[in-house]
Design a protein around this ligand. Structure first.
Ligand code: UDX
Length: 439
């Protein structure tokens, strides 16, 4: 199949590369010529394990190309994927401007009937709207078909997820289009669910809302555990052994972030509201998450009283490990609050520093060296559970800091290990560890 993919963000780039890897001829289109230039040199524009190798391999095989010209990418395509962003509007709803722009570009540049596949996460009804938009604007009355094919990949393991996903969802109005998409996706060897357009669009929102609910649920349990002296890790383990519950997404912490959960939960609340449905459960999930992101501030304040002049090491900036993405990261909420309270902040992240410098307070000192962040600090705050932070020998905190006081937002360390160390340790949903001498 000759496939065009519009948008080379996380979803578009990984989708295009993966489709070329399973044998299709793919042209990825992006309006940003600088991005296209980098990609044409075989250099990925996002950090994603395994992606560079696949880009270079498939470019060399002449199955993958990049262009900033819609005409070049679309002229010959049989199937066109839309994988542009649907950012959040101030009222929480999804902004469809980029999807609509892509639709206009398709209408202007195709020279035959194509199947347009919407990968972007879009509100229920959008596929239908985009089909009408394109069909009303094509040259010579060319009529397209539309399919919804939501993306479930996670950042940091996007390539792995694309080849090993649990399901591929294809929503169409027309069984012939569904069959063609099934054929395109068959080489992935992943179970395919064919359904109608609206259900397919809803599957994406409902899946993300459910996962976010699991996280907020365990975070609430964690907060109650703290009051009752229980250990949320043990509780999650006990719950997860029940197959009906499952052990995944039950890791308590300082809340979810990223480009999907916050945006999609808000969009679903908004979408339900548009149909006079108050999605109270999901509203609470969002509220719990907002509270969770600043929880450590209260703990730090009750430990220190004031943060004026205190040196705080923030460990981790990205919203989760293995990505340099800062979108909706708890660090973006925590750091300004700490700075407001007068703390002198040195923030460490192995790869997200450049992104952080663009988005955060310039009073913060950034480093890619954990030792530098910890040296002379009054306390350390763990925001991202990077492998190198998890693996730190706990004695490093005592060796480098003024006093080894750690607020761990990701429950990185085993409590029995902490007990044997000199750490004063506050985590999420687990008993605090305070060495006897300080008590
Ligand atoms: C998510 C979905 O997993 C994916 O299917 C969808 O396509 C996009 O959104 P992603 O945002 O890349 O993927 O990250 P994910 O690994 O799901 O983590 C999201 C957030 O939840 C992170 O901030 C993570 O730290 C947090 N999280 C995850 C928890 O706090 N606890 C958990 O148990 C799991």
């Amino acid at each position: 199949m000759r496939i065009a993919v519009i948008g080379t963000g996380y979803v578009g780039l990984v989708t295009g590369v993966a489709l070329s890897e399973i044998g299709h001829a793919v042209t990825c289109i992006d309006i940003d010529p600088k991005k296209v230039e980098r990609l044409n040199q075989g250099e990925p524009t996002i950090y994603e394990p395994g992606l560079q190798e696949l880009i270079q391999k498939n470019m060399a095989n002449h199955r993958l190309a990049f262009t900033s010209k819609h005409k070049i990418g679309l002229e010959d395509a049989q199937v066109v994927y839309i994988a542009v962003g649907t950012p959040q509007r101030p009222d929480g709803s999804a902004n469809l401007d980029y999807v609509e722009q892509a639709a206009c570009d398709i209408a202007k540049n195709i020279s035959r009937p194509v199947i347009v596949v919407i990968k972007s996460t879009v509100p229920v009804g959008t596929n239908f709207h985009i089909k009408r938009l394109i069909n009303g604007a094509t040259k010579d009355g060319i009529q397209i078909d539309i399919a919804s094919n939501p993306e479930f990949l996670r950042e940091g393991s996007a390539v792995e997820d694309t080849f090993n996903g649990n399901r591929i969802v294809i929503g169409t109005e027309n069984p012939a289009a569904a069959d063609i998409l099934e054929e395109i996706n068959r080489p992935f060897g992943i179970p395919i669910l064919k359904t109608d357009l609206a259900s397919s669009e809803m599957i994406k929102y409902a899946s993300n809302a459910f996962l976010a609910t699991k996280i907020s649920f365990i975070n609430e349990i964690a907060n109650i555990c703290e009051e009752l002296g229980a250990n949320v890790n043990e509780v999650a383990r006990g719950m997860g052994l029940d197959h009906r519950i499952g052990s995944k997404f039950l890791k308590a912490g300082i809340g979810y972030g990223g480009s999907c959960f916050p945006k999609d939960t808000n969009a679903l609340v908004q979408l339900a509201g548009n149909h006079d449905h108050e999605f109270n459960l999901l509203k609470s999930v969002i509220e719990v998450n907002n509270h969770q992101q600043v929880l450590l501030i209260d703990k730090i304040l009750s430990r220190f009283g004031t943060l004026k002049g205190k040196k705080v090491a923030v460990l981790g900036l990205a919203f989760k490990p293995n990505t340099d993405d800062l979108r909706e990261s708890p660090a973006l909420v925590l750091i300004p609050k700490l700075a407001e309270l007068g703390a002198e902040i040195t923030a460490y992240d192995p790869i997200a520093v450049t992104n952080a410098e663009k988005r955060l307070d310039e009073r913060v000192t950034y480093t890619e060296n954990v030792t530098e962040a910890l040296r002379g600090a009054d306390c350390a705050v763990i925001v991202t559970d990077w492998e190198d932070i998890r693996r730190l020998d706990l004695s490093i905190y005592s060796r480098l800091m003024k006093r080894p006081i750690v607020f761990d937002g990701r429950n990185c360390y085993n409590l029995s290990k902490v007990k044997k160390s000199a750490l004063e340790y506050y985590s999420i949903g687990r008993p605090s560890q305070i060495p006897e001498l300080i008590q």
